[in-house]
Design a binder for this molecule. Structure first.
Ligand SMILES: Nc1ncnc2c1ncn2[C@@H]1O[C@H](COP(=O)(O)OP(=O)(O)O)[C@@H](O)[C@H]1O
Ligand SMILES: [Mg+2]
Length: 332
């Protein structure tokens, strides 16, 4: 063996340790069902399958970037990817893990389970008050409004995590208003009361957005904001999990192949179906009980139910290709 071959083998060996084996083949349509990690059951009953990185569920790695004791030491995170890849669900898994690791209990707030996460969507009409106040009608004075703390200020005071969704649609003036909270100062000035709020331990910010959201090309956040969110995770649909849940494999494989072409960027694809789209499609197929003749005929993926934590066994097609359950009878 030449010195070069030896060196290449050594590089491959080291790379394989970090899931970076250059020699490993990754066929376009191979669904690695064994790679699916155990699902996380969120308090709303939804079960989420985080993808794995270096063999670890991604939300556990991401959670380490948030220092719940010293918010100034946190490295805030941005999650990017097309709609329906699981960005919001991943943020919820991160928040839930941090909350439980802090020894906190899930409680009910505004009719929903609460585990230290508030979700905000500033949007194109947001202004410098969006992160500071909510404007509520003053019951006692018709036509007047009262200023109350925004969800963001609540999170600063109580030490919660904030997910800012579709942040690239917000106006600059809105985003600039919280610059002081995203560095070591962790401070936000409230002009109505001349108060400066300082974020408490547990506070953190996660961005979630699709950099290609708007027509006319890529849209991203400004460099100033990028440097405040140094960790980026490009979120991808967990295709093996979807197949394991019972979505028809040919459908999942086709979506996965298209998704990889989109990510490679060579085909000019700006949108391809993601986890949510294929999940819905499979669910609809299951509900209308389509009788398929192809092997691996569709069953609805069993999402959102506490009882579906165990991966489903493959449906055994009946003779003639019909699915289990009542078949649609032809009208006479
Ligand atoms: N990894 C996953 N595990 C389970 N369900 C998922 C996953 N990713 C996406 N989904 C499904 O897709 C839906 C959309 O996910 P969501 O996090 O809202 O996507 P995004 O925020 O990227 O638009 C979820 O409600 C869930 O049904
Ligand atoms: Mg979302």
């Amino acid at each position: 063996m030449s010195a070069i071959t030896n060196a290449l083998a050594a590089i491959d060996e080291i790379g394989a340790d970090g899931d970076l084996d250059a020699g490993a083949t990754s066929p376009l349509d191979e669904l690695e069902l064994d790679s699916v990690a155990d699902p996380i059951l969120l308090p709303d009953g939804k079960q989420i399958f985080p993808v794995k990185l270096f063999g670890e569920p991604i939300h556990e790695i991401a959670a380490r970037l948030i220092d719940t004791r010293q918010p100034a030491a946190s490295r805030f995170l941005r999650l990017t990817g097309p709609p329906g890849t699981g960005k919001s669900q991943l943020a919820r898994c991160i928040a839930h893990k941090l909350w439980i690791d802090r020894g906190e209990q899930v409680i009910e707030r505004h009719g929903n389970p609460f585990y230290g996460l508030v979700e905000m969507q500033p949007g194109p009409s947001s202004d410098e008050y969006f992160f500071r106040y909510e404007f509520v009608p003053a019951a006692e004075r018709g036509g007047d409004v009262r200023l109350v703390d925004s969800a963001f200020v609540d999170a600063m005071r109580h030490g919660w995590l904030v997910m800012i969704d579709e942040v690239n649609t917000a106006r600059d003036v809105c985003l600039l208003s919280i610059n002081g909270c995203l560095d070591g100062r962790l401070a936000l000035y409230l002009p109505a009361t001349a108060e400066t709020v300082i974020a408490q331990p547990g506070f953190g910010v996660i961005l979630a957005y699709n950099p290609r959201l708007l027509a006319g090309g890529a849209t991203d956040i400004t460099d100033a904001w990028r440097s405040r969110f140094p960790a980026t995770l490009e979120v991808t649909s967990n295709w093996p999990a979807l197949a394991k849940l019972g979505a028809p494999e040919p459908l999942v494989t086709a979506a996965m192949r298209l998704d990889r072409l989109r990510m490679a960027g060579d085909d000019g694809l700006v949108w391809t179906p993601q986890y949510r789209d294929i999940e819905s499609l499979a669910e609809m197929i299951g509900r209308v009980r389509v009788i398929s003749r192809c092997p691996g005929a569709p069953r609805s993926p069993r999402s959102g139910s506490a009882t579906s934590a165990r991966p489903a066994a493959r449906a055994a097609p009946r003779p003639g290709g019909a699915l289990r359950g009542p078949a649609i009878r032809r009208q006479r």
